[in-house]
Design a protein around this ligand. Structure first.
Ligand code: SF4
Length: 218
């Protein structure tokens, strides 16, 4: 028998994401990985015209996410930058290439075991930090992506993503090397690849983080 609390929680989450429109997932296939793929695709199509906050007006592209839809590892940045906005994909450009190299060093890639997205799906003008009101409106989308992908581990890339997800105002160094919890999924924080490009001295610490990340998902 389905518990009433479960139904209420589901309806509240659904209302957070879709407003008063009732959203029901209908999957016509029985294979589990296809169900995740279809559900993520359906979810993308249901939100990609979003105008819930002001960033909907200024974006060039809605940046949903990219990667393995059955990933064990979910990487989350703060928001799309200029290149991401132009291309409609997260972590492109030099920082994205560095991230791909780091993932390859732990035998992972965007196609294998990893999904990459941001807290905000639209670019803040001039790459400013996301506003609390924008996070409040957009974070339910991330929660639904997590709900559909069901990763073993979330990695917040950079201080802004980490403090947003963990709802604190700490320095990144104080959030690293700790296994946090994000609504039931373990979460760790490490440097944003753009920070590693700006400051080479951070690379050894980031490498230690990614070796630990590999152990956590294995
Ligand atoms: S940032 Fe998020 S809430 Fe704002 S318009 Fe884009 S998708 Fe909608």
């Amino acid at each position: 028998m389905i518990n009433n609390n479960f139904i209420n929680k589901y309806l509240r989450q659904t209302q957070d994401i879709y407003g008063d429109k009732l959203f029901l997932k209908i999957n016509k296939v029985s294979n589990d990985s296809n169900i995740v793929e279809n559900s993520l695709d359906e979810f993308y199509h249901s939100i990609n015209m979003c105008q819930k906050c002001q960033l909907g007006n200024s974006r060039k592209n809605f940046v949903f996410g990219i990667g393995d839809k059955n990933a064990d590892l979910l990487l989350v940045g703060e928001a799309p930058g200029e290149k991401e906005d132009l291309e409609g994909a997260p972590f492109v450009g030099r920082a994205g290439k560095l991230l791909d190299k780091i993932l390859a060093a732990i035998s992972l890639s965007r196609d294998k075991g990893v999904y990459i997205c941001n807290v905000l799906k639209c670019r803040p003008p001039d790459n400013r930090d996301p506003l609390p009101s924008e996070i409040e409106k957009c974070e339910p989308y991330l929660k639904e992506q997590i709900n559909l992908i069901k990763p073993k581990l979330i990695v917040a890339l950079g201080r802004v993503a980490a403090k947003t997800l963990l709802n604190n105002d700490l320095a990144l160094k104080d959030m690293r090397s700790i296994k946090h919890d994000y609504y039931g999924t373990p979460l760790v924080a490490t440097y944003h690849p753009a920070a590693l490009l700006r400051n080479q001295k951070l690379k050894p610490a980031a490498w230690e983080d990614f070796k630990w990340i590999r152990n956590l998902i294995n």
